[in-house]
Design a protein around this ligand. Sequence first.
Ligand SMILES: Nc1nc2c(c(=O)[nH]1)N[C@H]1C(S)=C(S)[C@@H](COP(=O)(O)O)O[C@H]1N2
Ligand SMILES: [Mo]
Length: 158
Amino acid sequence: MNQVDHDPLTPHRHEPNPAPPSTDASFELVLVNGRHLTITPHTLKENPITHLAGCYIVSTGHGTSGPFTFTGTRLLDLIQAYETSTWTQVEIVSADNFGNRVLAEELNSQTDKPILLAYRINDRIMTRQQGLVRLIVPSEKDDALRQVKWIGRIRIRP
Ligand SMILES: Nc1nc2c(c(=O)[nH]1)N[C@H]1C(S)=C(S)[C@@H](COP(=O)(O)O)O[C@H]1N2
Ligand SMILES: [Mo]
């Protein structure tokens, strides 16, 4: 299968890419009206800080590790900080074309274990190798298929 031609938002196989696609941890946020914003880890830190304890990385490549405490910005907080239009879902895609779709219902129903854009792990700055900026979906049970490392673009859909 040619990964470049593969739709990044359809189910993946567990073939984790171990190597960051670039050194730059900033990503694009695409709003419903088509506007593109650049979000850096520094920008994320201007939003409310959320900690998520007791998380595991059930990695197909490195085995299971954890528990970890991830720290970052709630995906919902980022959307609410910039998006003024009505939206139903969000696409999160890495620079190496690995992606995940998150629905508004999921974001609105997870209040004590929120979906996070993590930039710290166990209270240390997450390295680029570790996935900076890394999506954490606490409810997922599918061996880290939703833990998008190296987020490259977040697109909000109407
Ligand atoms: N950008 C990106 N994120 C990804 C992957 C990938 O290939 N690319 N693989 C996923 C899968 S299937 C797993 S098991 C974990 C592995 O995480 P680790 O490399 O930190 O162990 O990353 C997830 N996130
Ligand atoms: Mo995986």
